[in-house]
Design a protein around this ligand. Structure first.
Ligand SMILES: C[S@@+](CC[C@H](N)C(=O)[O-])C[C@H]1O[C@@H](n2cnc3c(N)ncnc32)[C@H](O)[C@@H]1O
Length: 210
């Protein structure tokens, strides 16, 4: 299947999930995700910040005060919800429909880029990560919070077997090797922290170019 077809399918899936997304995640959001989001955003520095795959805007409460945040997503339906959340929080966020695999920003536009639970659903994650490396300044930061494939024999294989079913239902791959993908995209890894066993990683990277 071509990358364009896979991207169109991802968009459609998230357009479909959008009305239920916050409800589906409500429990885990309250018990786990919100603390991890807060942890990630406590590290983010810079005036010009890009969030990719903003979804319904769940990171918005943690945006650094005074920062100029541009947030993009593939799904217009998810963005509609993000717009409502920004309005509710009284935040000025530039929200645009855009594919992280083909960002329309010039090189070195941002001081930092953030993605939370996004590269599990991007059809070509390495291309998307390469794009982050291009639009972030050479000494800027890339922060990712991602669930990844657990590299242990039984559970890893189980994740591989179940992956197609999970993708079909919720649009996310559960067996992505995101740390390796960051390296394959030519980014420099600064640190990788396990925030929930081997399953969820907080990854700090840099563009890895002079
Ligand atoms: C699991 S949701 C996470 C949303 C949000 N980051 C959060 O933490 O709640 C994944 C989001 O990534 C978006 N997405 C998937 N592929 C994308 C792409 N190629 N470009 C931009 N956004 C994408 C989806 O539309 C969806 O809103």
């Amino acid at each position: 299947m071509s990358s364009d077809t896979l991207t169109a399918m991802t968009r459609k899936r998230y357009d479909r999930i959008a009305p239920l997304y916050d409800l589906m995640e409500a429990l885990v959001e309250r018990s786990r995700f919100s603390a991890w989001r807060e942890q990630l955003w406590s590290h983010v520095r810079g005036e010009r910040i890009l969030e990719v795959g903003v979804g319904t805007g769940k990171n918005m409460p943690y945006y650094p005060p005074g920062a100029h945040v541009t947030a993009v997503d593939l799904s217009e339906r998810m963005l509609e919800r993000a717009r409502r959340r920004a309005q509710k929080l009284g935040l000025k966020v530039e929200l645009c429909p855009m594919d992280v695999q083909h960002l329309t920003f010039p090189d070195d536009t941002f001081d930092a880029a953030v993605a939370t639970f996004v590269f599990c659903s991007v059809p070509d994650p390495v291309q998307g990560l390469r794009e982050l490396g291009r639009v972030v300044q050479p000494d800027g930061d890339i922060w990712l919070l991602e669930h990844v494939r657990i590299d242990r024999p039984v559970i890893g294989t189980l994740m591989d077997v179940l992956n197609p079913i999970v993708v079909r239902i919720v649009g996310a791959n559960i067996n992505r090797r995101t740390v390796e993908n960051v390296q394959r995209a030519g980014l420099e890894i600064v640190s990788v922290e396990d925030v929930s066993g081997d399953l969820v990683k907080l990854i700090h990277a840099r563009p890895g170019r002079p």
